[in-house]
Design a binder for this molecule. Structure first.
Ligand SMILES: [Cu+2]
Length: 305
């Protein structure tokens, strides 16, 4: 190994370590108090709880299999070694053994597939929502449109639309200022939804594939140009939940976070009324709509940098 090659090894190792550690650090950066940095975020919807429990169940099953298989293997290697004169056992074409090692894995598979399938089916049930919102992925921001849709709240927020752009300061990204707790997970306009109501999210994209992912809400749905996909959640707790685009979408893929603010129904109604009033007020004059106002600072920042 020559000198250049040798000096490259540590930097290569550092690169690999950084690649492995970075996602963990990013996840940890969420101000939303994760109970553990090694586990999924605490769930705030029924679907997220089910996903959490599935993860635990399957991890436990895999753990038991791991210990049993390696335990048996190491015991056999040690106790039945050649030096103590052990003779190999003969069980070729043993029907009982063959049936057991076919049936047992099959049962384990059913044990895992049954609850997983039930959860996936529940995730896809977007029927009878109280509120419908379209989330459009753009390079590199999210656009939200509250649609008339169906359900009780169909008229409450109808017509509200805005862009949601990264609000983390450029100085934080370039290490000129200390990074805040919600580093790269903060936006100018948050998505506001009511607690305890079924919110249907329609996802689509304007340019390339994106994905709308908010772990605490148990939602991850691809946003595909030319197609409309949907997903749903019913948040059980008021709070702010953060997520990210989860489909590699270009150079600023890591800079288009999602922030969902779950409010009480009254607060949500008040917010919607205010947003709608601002919109109506903006129409006759020259004042920008909230959507245009959200785009303008982003455009200025982009041209300034
Ligand atoms: Cu994206």
């Amino acid at each position: 190994m020559n000198r250049t090659a040798r000096s490259r090894v540590p930097s290569l190792l550092a690169g690999v370590t950084a690649a492995l550690v970075t996602p963990i650090v990013l996840a940890q950066g969420a101000a939303y108090e994760p109970a553990s940095k090694y586990n999924l975020q605490p769930p705030v919807t029924e679907i997220a709880s089910r996903i959490y429990d599935l993860n635990t169940l399957i991890l436990v099953i895999c753990g038991i299999i791991f210990v049993a298989v390696f335990g048996a293997m190491f015991y056999a290697i040690y106790a039945h070694r050649k030096s103590v004169g052990h003779q190999p056992a003969q069980f070729h074409e043993n029907t009982t053994v063959e049936i057991v090692w076919t049936v047992v894995p099959f049962l384990i598979l059913i044990l895992m597939a049954w609850p997983a399938t039930k959860t996936v089916i529940a995730m896809k049930d977007t029927s009878a929502p109280d509120l419908t919102i379209k989330a459009t992925g753009h390079q590199w921001k999210w656009g939200y449109d509250y649609l008339r849709g169906e359900g009780d709240l169909r008229e409450v927020a109808d017509g509200i639309s805005f862009y949601s752009t990264l609000a983390t300061a450029f100085e934080e990204r370039t290490n000129q200022r200390a990074k805040e707790a919600d580093y790269l997970l903060d936006v100018d306009n948050v998505l506001v939804v009511p607690v305890g109501k079924k919110v249907r999210i329609l996802t689509t994209a304007n340019d390339v594939l994106h994905a709308w992912w908010v772990p605490a809400l148990g939602v991850k749905q691809d946003a595909i140009p030319g197609f409309v996909r949907d997903t749903w959640f019913r948040a059980e707790k008021v709070g702010v939940y953060r997520g990210q685009c989860a489909e590699l979408c270009g150079k600023e893929h890591g800079f288009m976070p999602i922030v969902v603010e779950v409010r009480s129904l009254e607060d949500f109604r008040a917010w919607a009324a205010e947003r709608r009033k601002a919109k109506t007020a903006a129409v006759p004059g020259t004042a920008a709509t909230p959507a245009q106002a959200a785009v303008a600072p982003a455009a200025t920042a982009a041209s300034g940098s």
